[in-house]
Design a protein around this ligand. Sequence first.
Ligand SMILES: [Cu+2]
Length: 149
Amino acid sequence: MQNKLFLIGIGILGVVAIAGFFITKNLILTKTPQLQTRESSVDIGNTGGESAESLPETMRTVEVSGKEYSFSPNTITLNKGEKTRITFKNEGTSPHNFVVYELGIQTEVIPQGQSISVEVTPDKAGEYPFVCNVGGHQALGMEGKVIVK
Ligand SMILES: [Cu+2]
């Protein structure tokens, strides 16, 4: 009976010793992956370039106002390839709009006091005339130019 207990005791010690060996081995092995994790966390730091995604929130905005019968300013400068929001405000008393035919921009005709925005990413440098195309307004002076650099 005592011999049996002795043998069981030896057996348990053996199991503990073997388990201890493997646990120690595993601890050593897991140290290496931990180092690799630190390296990959550097990569995560690099993807901090995601702040570039916040650029649309700080999208460049250009404001133009129109009245009878002029635009202010009458020259707008855009950067080639840069998405820009153009906000047109009618500060006159008649309805007006903002049109740049060559850039494919044509806002709705808006009444006194209202604003309307369009977004544009010009892909060609050059100078493009803008107008209000409500009947006769361009001839009366509602024109200007967009310069894309
Ligand atoms: Cu007009």
